[in-house]
Design a protein around this ligand. Sequence first.
Ligand SMILES: Nc1ncnc2c1ncn2[C@@H]1O[C@H](COP(=O)(O)OP(=O)(O)OP(=O)(O)O)[C@@H](O)[C@H]1O
Length: 341
Amino acid sequence: MNAAAPQADTTPGPAAVPLLAVRGLSVRFATPRGALHALDDIDLDVPRGKTLAIVGESGSGKSVLSRAILRILPRSAEIAPQTAIVFDGQDLMHRDERALREIRGRRIGMVFQDPMTSLNPVRKIGAQLAEGPRRHFRLGRQAARARALDLLRQVGIPSPERRLDQYPHELSGGMRQRVVIAMAIACEPELLIADEPTTALDVTVQAEILDLLRRLREAHDMTLILITHDLGVAAEQADEIAVMYAGQVVERAPTDALFTRPRMPYSAALLRAIPSLADPPHSRLHAIAGRPPNVLGQIAGCRFAPRCGRAQPRCEAQAPTLERMQDGRELRCWYPLEDRP
Ligand SMILES: Nc1ncnc2c1ncn2[C@@H]1O[C@H](COP(=O)(O)OP(=O)(O)OP(=O)(O)O)[C@@H](O)[C@H]1O
C-alpha cells in the first residue's frame, strides 16, 4: 500500500469511511546503540462503531502505535514525515498541539494499563472527573459535579456520592480503572483507545471491566481500539483483529475469519500457542520457536522469516508489503496459508 493520505474508494457512504485511517506510520527511537525501528509502515483502518483489537507479543509495538495515534510519543521518537493519521477527515500529523489537546479527551478517549498513569493521587475523584466536562463543555461547578456523579453510576461504582470526595488510593485497583474509564468517556468521545486495560487487574475484575467497556461502547455508539496481548480477550470483544509482529501489521481480518483460518504463519502460530480447554491436563503449549528480530537497524526480508516454517529464499531477501486479499483481509506474507477451512 502506498504511504499517501487515504483515498476514498468508489463513492462510499459515511459508514464506509473509517473513523480513523493510519497510513505509512513509521516510528523510530534514537538510542545509544542506533535507531530502533519500533513501527514500520503501518496501514490501519478503524471502522466506525466497531471494535478493532490490536494483538501481538510484548515489544511488537502496540503501545507505540496507540501513543502515535494520540500524538503523545516521547521526544526521542521520530515519526516518518510521510505518515498520515486521519481522524474523521483531519490529518492529526498536521494539527498543532492546541488542536490536538481539544481532540484528546473530547473526541478520542484513552484508558491505559495502570490507572495511576491517568489519575492524580492528590486530587479528589469528583474534581478529576469534572475536569473534562468543565473544560470541553464549559459546565459550571454544580453541573460538572452532577456529571461526575452520573459518570460514576454509569461505570457501576457503588456509593458514588461518597466516592466523589475520595482520593484514588482509597479505591481498589478495579474501582480505579472504572474511574479512569469514566474519565475517558466523560466528554462522549467517538473513539476510545484502551491499551491493555485489564492487564494489571485480577482475573475476576478483568472480566467485569471488559464487560463494562462493551456495554459503554454499545450505549454510546463508540468506536474502540483494544490493545491486548491476550487473544482470548480479542476473540471475545473485537469485530476485527490486527496482528502485529516486530513493529508491523502482518494480518488483519474479521475475528471469526482469523480464528478459523489464520493465513499469515505468525497468526497461526500465535493461535496454536493459546491453551485450550480441550487440551489434556499438563499438555505443553506450542511455543513459537526463536525470538522476535532485533529492530535496531534495517531488516532486509520478512521479519518473521527466521522463525517461520514456510520460509523460502525470497522471504529472507525481500520484505513483503501489506496487501488486501479478495476476501477483504490484509496480509503481509509471500506464502500465506491457504484460505480453506
Ligand atoms: N521511549 C522509548 N525509547 C526507546 N525505545 C522504545 C521506547 N518506547 C518503546 N520502545 C521500543 O519500541 C518497541 C515497541 O514497544 P511497545 O511498548 O510499543 O511494545 P508493546 O507491544 O506495547 O509491548 P508490551 O505488550 O510489553 O507493552 C520495543 O522494541 C520497545 O523497546
